[in-house]
Design a protein around this ligand. Structure first.
Ligand SMILES: [Fe+2]
Ligand SMILES: [Fe+2]
Ligand SMILES: [Fe+2]
Length: 424
């Protein structure tokens, strides 16, 4: 149905978008953090802790600036393929600490490979993908997925292996004394871990207070903020094309986990761009609408993801969770430098034209125009795709349903132009 070429958008010069150098580190760290919010409110900060430990080891090894950046981003995203429908791979790994058990557990076995597949689709992330793909390889060749051995395992994957194992062990044996903890992990030196890196790690614990950096959530947040400042980077998202593709990938991850098979966010983006074009918005504004659409439901990743797939009637508490996704999406996106306008559009994507929506009950023109576009696109996609609670309808029926709710849910001008376009 697209008459507007979305590819034109990706040729907008990046300067027009004005993302600060902190953007890549900010966006990726925030995204990984929310993927690790457990169903019952637990916040693991796994990727952040792995990142902090890995960077300490990298610094001791004397890595240069660009190598440090590579290690930083690889450590943050090592488990990007381990975000599952009902949780995070870290939960499974703590239940199955034994490597043979892990190899026999499909989600565990496959997650490094998934991380690699997701990351390698970006030219600038290819090496990072390779590192993530090997982060469960063991020094003695007994790891997975490939059973690589010794120096055949990329150095940064070996670093992440130690940091990863440390955080998993902390989840399991957090109360051990430092010495007990060191000897506990020491058993795996030469087997799971590169012995040289393991020695560096022990040195960091004993002489550089490594564990103090990740002791409490506040410590983790403070140290992550400092690391991020060093990792200012224009390289990874150097072109708007890469940035676009990264947002699209995030949208695909959200869709996959919350509305499998529907590509909801991707479709909402397509429809929203179409409407924005019909409403004669400027190209940079169309791009903002597109990114807002990609990210509009990102808050659904934080916490209970199963609730969005539920067929049965929702309880009050579940309904509360569902409505809360708007605020969560806003908080996540607004926390990223350069994304405030997009966050603002997202916050109001469930407001109704007559003021009966949420979160604030804004009315008519008080609702940002971009949010009113998202509202229509979101509804149109919901009506025209199969959902747990209803069967999909034809486009014509969807249009009459939109028209029926003009002035109540939807902006009449938007529905008017869009429905003429769909019907014609
Ligand atoms: Fe992992
Ligand atoms: Fe991990
Ligand atoms: Fe939504």
């Amino acid at each position: 149905m697209t008459i507007y070429s979305q590819s034109r958008l990706t040729h907008l010069p990046i300067q027009d978008i004005d993302f600060p150098p902190l953007f890549a580190a900010d966006f990726i760290s925030e995204f990984m953090r929310i993927c690790e919010f457990g169903k019952y409110g637990a916040k693991y900060y796994h990727s952040w802790k792995v990142c902090i430990i890995s960077c300490m080891i990298g610094r001791k090894l004397g890595l240069d600036r660009s190598e440090m950046k590579e290690l930083f981003f690889a450590a943050l995203m090592h488990d990007i393929g381990g975000v599952t429908v009902d949780g995070h791979i870290i939960e499974l790994l703590t239940q199955i600490p034994d490597v043979y058990g892990q190899k026999n557990n499909f989600p565990i076995f496959i997650h490094p490979f998934r991380s690699e597949t997701i990351l390698e689709s970006f030219p600038t992330f290819r090496k990072i993908g390779e590192i993530a793909g090997a982060h469960h390889e063991f020094y003695d060749g007994t790891g997975f997925p490939k059973g690589l051995k010794g120096d055949k395992i990329p150095l940064f994957s070996r670093i992440i292996r130690i940091a990863d194992a440390v955080d998993i062990a902390l989840n399991l044996h957090g109360s051990e004394t430092l010495d007990d903890f060191i000897s506990l992990l020491g058993i795996s030196s030469g087997e799971e871990f590169d012995p040289e890196l393991y020695n560096i790690f022990v040195d960091l614990i004993k002489n550089d207070g490594l564990f103090d950096l990740i002791k409490t959530t506040e410590d983790v947040e403070k140290n992550m903020a400092e690391l991020k400042k060093e990792m200012q980077d224009g390289y990874f998202f150097a072109s708007s094309d890469t940035l676009n593709r990264f947002f699209k990938t995030v949208a695909a991850i959200v869709d996959n986990l919350t509305s499998p098979g529907h590509n909801h966010s991707l479709r909402v983006a397509e429809i929203s761009v179409q409407i924005a074009y019909l409403m004669k918005l400027s190209e940079s504004e169309i791009l903002a609408v597109r990114w807002a659409a990609f990210m509009h439901d990102v808050g659904k990743l934080a916490g209970d993801r199963l609730v969005y797939r539920k067929k049965e009637k929702l309880t009050d508490e579940e309904w509360h969770t569902v409505r809360g996704h708007v605020q969560r999406s806003y908080d996540i996106i607004n926390g990223i430098a350069g994304m405030d306008k997009i966050a603002y559009y997202i916050l109001y994507h469930h407001e109704n034209y007559d003021g009966s929506g949420y979160p604030e009950g804004l009315k008519g023109d008080k609702i940002p125009f971009a949010s009113r576009i998202l509202r229509v696109a979101d509804a149109f996609d919901a009506i025209t795709s199969n959902r747990p609670y209803h069967k999909k309808k034809q486009q014509e029926d969807a249009v009459s349903e939109l028209r029926k709710n003009v002035g109540r849910q939807f902006d009449p001008a938007i529905v008017d132009i869009f429905s003429k376009y769909v019907i014609s």
